[in-house]
Design a protein around this ligand. Structure first.
Ligand SMILES: [Zn+2]
Ligand SMILES: [Zn+2]
Length: 268
């Protein structure tokens, strides 16, 4: 058995990632409209009503967008932490189920989700690590200003990691954003730079890690080739798998834990 990971799209205009194992389907974040999400699932040949659960990492619109509406219309359970529920105005009894920090939520006997708190501005954000019955693990990590000790130690056991590489430091600081926004993006509660992502990956890279996706790239302050080359330089020969970049429009490729090469998405 393995976990299948497919980014439906990633970036400041919307995020959603499909994680599947042995017939269980979970969407991590639901930042596109219901219609757009259904269209992207349709490309994969996945029925929206087959989504068992939707996990929302934090309340920012590019992650939470249509989560309530979509989960209700598909009959999926909706999961988030209490702060996210409060910020979204979701009832923790009627609309969603809340999890605590480092809680393991069992969606089915095939797939469980672990929520790890990460620092992000004005939001109680979490990274999600999925594990299947065979012990395979896949991580989805976006929107954080820096990595924590908990996150680093949990990432070490993952066969697949999707992690944000939001901005290139010199592009951000030489770019058009006002100084206050530059400071916010690069601060402890902002986003990870290519350099920070590279340092995290260098620290955790081991032979169990077979695939990597860089995601949530800023369209203004980053470029795929810059992010990829900085990460490759940092992790060097310690990583023998492939690095992919998830863009705003997707899905483009499918990863499986235990397999380094992704499969290309061909319209169903
Ligand atoms: Zn975001
Ligand atoms: Zn955010």
């Amino acid at each position: 058995m393995s976990i299948q990971i497919t980014h439906l799209g990633s970036g400041s205009r919307g995020n959603a990632t499909l994680l599947s194992s042995n017939g269980t389907n979970v969407l991590v974040d639901c930042g596109f409209s219901t219609r757009q999400t259904e269209k992207r699932l349709g490309i994969l040949g996945v029925e929206p009503t087959s989504i068992d659960a939707v996990f929302v990492t934090h309340h920012h619109k590019d992650h939470s967008g249509s989560a309530l509406r979509s989960s209700k219309s598909w009959g999926s359970s909706l999961h988030c932490n209490l702060e996210t529920a409060i910020r979204m105005g979701w009832s923790p009894t009627d609309d969603c189920k809340t999890f605590g920090n480092l809680d393991m939520v069992e969606v089915s006997s095939s797939l469980s989700m672990l929520a790890i708190p990460v620092p992000h501005d004005d939001a109680d954000n979490v990274a999600i690590i999925a594990s299947d019955r065979g012990g395979d693990r896949a991580a989805i990590v976006t929107d954080l200003g820096e990595a924590t000790h908990d996150l680093i130690s949990h990432l070490r056991g993952c066969g697949h990691i999707s992690i944000e590489a939001n901005y290139d430091h010199s592009k951000l600081f030489n770019g058009p954003y006002p100084d206050s926004l530059k400071r916010r993006i690069s601060g402890r509660g902002g986003h990870l730079s290519n350099k920070q992502t590279s340092q995290i990956l260098r620290e955790i890279c081991n032979e169990n890690l077979s695939s990597l996706v860089l995601c949530h790239l800023s369209e203004k302050n980053n470029a795929p080739h810059i992010a990829e080359s900085e990460v490759l330089m940092a992790i060097g020969e310690g990583f023998t798998g492939e690095i992919s970049i998830s863009k705003q429009s997707g899905p483009e490729f499918i990863h499986w834990t235990g397999q380094s090469e992704p499969g290309k998405v061909v319209a169903a």
